[in-house]
Design a protein around this ligand. Structure first.
Ligand code: SAM
Length: 349
């Protein structure tokens, strides 16, 4: 197995079958070797620096009905909210004082946030905080919309492809959601020179190791600057309420594989990973991740952005808990830095 790990580290692309074998490793020695190689590669490229992003969840209204998601339109128990421009700017002000230099505006696909509304907010943030990056994560939009938001100053865009396999995609989403459109969005974002993020949920219902192997091949080809992966966690008010969560072990293994596959990528230790294990974030960093995204949303709304059961939004997951988070990173030998935290690959563009 070590030869497959070495091959990956030397940038030799593995076949789908080889990825499946690597994903199925179970010997402790092999897992330790994979984790160690990934950690070394990350340390070589990004050092002991961990980048933070202030996550602002701007709306939980969503026109989509993804079977896994707690803010899907059919969830009548979700208490809907939407932040105003003033609220979003006040989150940024708070975040800037705390040391955040990237703000991530994420939300459901909410028709209120038309292009001109988003562009106005983005340009106001950039005007007030020219040293900060703005990341958007607002779902599928037209090519023109992505172009306008880029011109308004958006630097990055997160849009997980969720799964490369169209049959699997159709098991996770209603028919009106077209997997080809999702991929079109990602190609647009790359072409418009956003720092582009994609990713999957680990252990989503019906997912096979073959699916994940294809996701890895797709990610290698797309060459995203950011890769977000976290375990699937069920939400009690969704059709997938009775499915098991993805595991921490598989999520960590994938973080390490992704670090070797795309050495320069920005890879977060996600909230979902922190939710399934109290040590999830630290383990994610030790497995090769280099980003953490604490929550900067107004406290009264955080619990309403409930994508899955028991989603964390306080303690070290909250922007106010930054000192505790800094301490927990220091304990494992890493340092949270006040920096935009751009992808190092930008220098090669
Ligand atoms: N609407 C935007 C989009 O589609 O990219 C952003 C919001 S969406 C809720 C953000 C991500 O949450 C999705 O890409 C999905 O992977 C993740 N997510 C949703 N439900 C989840 C669940 N039950 N478990 C883990 N992750 C989940």
């Amino acid at each position: 197995m070590k030869n497959l790990i070495d091959k990956l580290e030397k940038n030799q692309i593995l076949s789908k079958e080889e990825f499946v074998r690597l994903l199925a490793i179970s010997e402790k020695d092999d897992i330790d070797y994979l984790t160690e190689r990934a950690k070394c590669v990350r340390d070589d490229i990004y050092g002991k620096r961990v980048f933070i992003r202030g996550l602002i969840e701007i709306s939980n209204y969503c026109k989509n009905d993804c079977y896994y998601c707690g803010i899907r339109r059919s969830n009548k128990n979700a208490q809907r909210y939407r932040l105003s421009k003033e609220q979003i700017l006040s989150c940024c002000e708070n975040g800037y004082e705390l040391g955040f230099r990237t703000f991530v505006m994420q939300g459901g696909e909410d028709a209120f946030f038309k292009d001109d509304v988003v562009c106005d907010i983005v340009s106001s943030i950039k005007e007030r905080y020219p040293d900060c990056a703005v990341t958007l994560s607002l779902g599928e939009r037209s090519t023109e919309s992505y172009r306008k938001m880029k011109e308004a100053g958006a630097d990055r865009y997160l849009l997980r492809h969720e799964t490369f396999d169209n049959i699997h995609y159709n098991k996770l989403h209603p028919v009106e959601l077209d997997p080809e459109n999702r991929k079109r969005c990602l190609r647009d974002l790359k072409a418009l020179r956003y720092q582009t993020g994609t990713g999957i949920m680990v252990g989503s219902p019906y997912q096979t190791l073959e699916n994940i192997a294809e996701d890895l091949l797709f990610i290698k080809e797309l060459n995203p600057e950011m890769i977000g992966i976290g375990p699937f966690i069920p939400h009690k008010d969704t059709p997938f309420k009775d499915f098991e969560s993805g595991t921490m072990e598989m999520t960590l293994r994938l973080i390490s594989i992704l670090r070797l596959l795309c050495p320069k990528a920005l890879i977060p230790a996600t909230t979902a990973l922190g939710t399934i294990s109290p040590q999830g974030r630290e383990k994610g960093i030790l497995a090769g991740a280099n980003v953490i995204m604490p929550n900067l949303s107004p406290k009264e709304d955080r619990k309403k952005y409930m994508l899955y059961n028991d989603k964390l939004s306080d303690g070290e997951e909250a922007a106010e808990g930054l000192n505790k988070l800094k301490e927990s990173m220091r304990k494992i030998g890493y340092e949270i830095v006040e920096d935009r935290g751009d992808c190092i690959a930008l220098k090669d563009r």
